[in-house]
Design a protein around this ligand. Sequence first.
Ligand SMILES: NC(=O)c1ccc[n+]([C@@H]2O[C@H](COP(=O)([O-])OP(=O)(O)OC[C@H]3O[C@@H](n4cnc5c(N)ncnc54)[C@H](O)[C@@H]3O)[C@@H](O)[C@H]2O)c1
Length: 303
Amino acid sequence: MGILDDKVAIVTGGGRGLGRAHCLALAEAGATVVVNDLGSGIHGERTGDSPADEVAAEITKLGGRAVANHASVTDWGATEAMVADTVAEFGRLDVVVNNAGIVRDRMLFSMSEAEFDAVIAVHLKGTFALTRHACAYWREAAKRGEPVAGRIINTTSGTGLFGNQGQSNYGAAKAGIAGLTILTALEMRRYGVTANAISPIAATRMTEGLEVGTDLRATDGFDPRDPANASGVVVYLASDAASWLTGQVLRIEGNRLNRLEGWTVSGVYPSRSGEALTPEELIDAVPRLYGAAPAGRATGVGQ
Ligand SMILES: NC(=O)c1ccc[n+]([C@@H]2O[C@H](COP(=O)([O-])OP(=O)(O)OC[C@H]3O[C@@H](n4cnc5c(N)ncnc54)[C@H](O)[C@@H]3O)[C@@H](O)[C@H]2O)c1
């Protein structure tokens, strides 16, 4: 018995890296997996190979149940069909793992419109598109009185949560995904659907040559940058054991799980007059509220 027996999951970008590891872990836990991947390079260019077929075959060979899907998550109609086809073939859909991703890094003052749009399209619109169609399906099922235990598991990133230079398109998309996770959780709670996001760190082709996670220490054969390190959390979030947890971002650093909190109020300055704050009063008040910074230097960025 696996903790995901009888569950059906879609994993986008499931052909490589983190997505592949999630597919294998979900299947090992008993889920039927729709391995979505259109087969692209890290910048979104078509490579002509079919990693979705490879992963689906790998799962089948291991005794699991999987099918490949080759749609782009940026395609509204194709993501709608992905949900409909999954339900038609397997009778249900329980879990959506939004993982597909590309990068087109550049400092923002040099970034082209196409570079910005392409990254937003795959990450933010792609996450929204499949989430939207899955949630419509779950809402209809709930309205028919069927039991629903829907799970949205999104993929955000340290860049979107804490910042990283040269990735304004990617970071904006990933911050948007963290926000979308909270909104999805709020709107779908009443229908029995949870929405959470993971913030993983892994050595994949996307992070090749970058210092991502290189500060995490390897111990006794444990590889802190193995993509599979995040997959245990994905399986847990997909399971019935996590039905109470929603609207959260879970950051996985090697073998450590970090609970993250979003924007919080960390100081308040009420106006002296009780009326609206004036620019004159703020000249004194703001440096005190933020801790006086050396003249001309911004605080709170670049950390
Ligand atoms: N690797 C890390 O350290 C790290 C850190 C934080 C977040 N992430 C996120 O994790 C996710 C997976 O990244 P990865 O490192 O495994 O990269 P990867 O390049 O190995 O895998 C991404 C997969 O997405 C697929 N893909 C790209 N565009 C697609 C589209 N339009 N439709 C369907 N599939 C598409 C690619 O073909 C590829 O197989 C991404 O969302 C990435 O931003 C990765």
